[in-house]
Design a protein around this ligand. Sequence first.
Ligand code: PMP
Length: 291
Amino acid sequence: MGKYVYLNGELVPQEEAKISVFDHGVLYGDGVFEGIRAYNRRIFKLDEHVERLYNSAKIIMLEIPISQEEFKKAIISVCKANDIVDGYIRPVVTRGSGTLGLSPWLCPKPNIFVIADTIKLYPDEYYENGLPIVTVPTRRNLAEAVNPMVKSLNYLNNILAKIEAKNAGAEEAIMMNQDGYVAECTGDNIFLIKKGVIYTPPVYMGVLPGITRATVMDLAAEMGLKVVEEPLTRAEFYVADEVFLTGTAAEVVPISSIDGRKIGNGSVGPITRKLIERFKEYVKTVGTPIA
Ligand code: PMP
């Protein structure tokens, strides 16, 4: 566990890092967040994550009272204070304390906090042999509701989907959009590979524009692989040669089966394996130094 948390301009011991029960982040899920990795004392894609945080905040009309540059300094400071080498960083901005009504205008001051710690989502076995996943009934939010491109504190659909996956004996869920096309998993983007070409649902299908997704798409292109963004059905995933997920916490995870259908021969496919290797190499060589 990390020792310090950044809270509203200060580094405070984590036992003292507290916010009010009247915070609308707690009462209504009114807020935004990010999940960022640090590798080898460098923060991976810091600019991209902070930009996405500010975009999420802008869409919900939450004005973050510090600049993006100040926010980046805050993230670096808490990593430094906790001596993070390989870690996971969680910046959160909530609407702040208000009344028991919904009104965001009665919340004068957003709360900003950043936790720097570690994370391990899945046991190594899944990276070596593939993760079995299932499709679930709970849909990804409509783009016309809370647009899935907003990384908000409202993750209840995703949590329900995770519960449905667990109830079905799987670790992760594929969520469809309102039209029944595959959107993404509860905390990861999804890709399939068919005849050497990589496919993933476009962001307009109700997908968070994942930073790992963009990284893997760039690395794949550099490796000479074709990447296509197009609407995909669950059946197309069933008959794919390879399937993998991408996300900051999960990184690149191979999928062994979907709804009991073996993907490829049920182990990690050759292109997925190469992408995992390339991703692992790449993350160690880039990023903002924690100094
Ligand atoms: N989709 C959802 C719903 C997520 O919560 C995440 C994790 N932030 C992702 C996809 C993956 O995004 P990223 O690669 O930026 O972590």
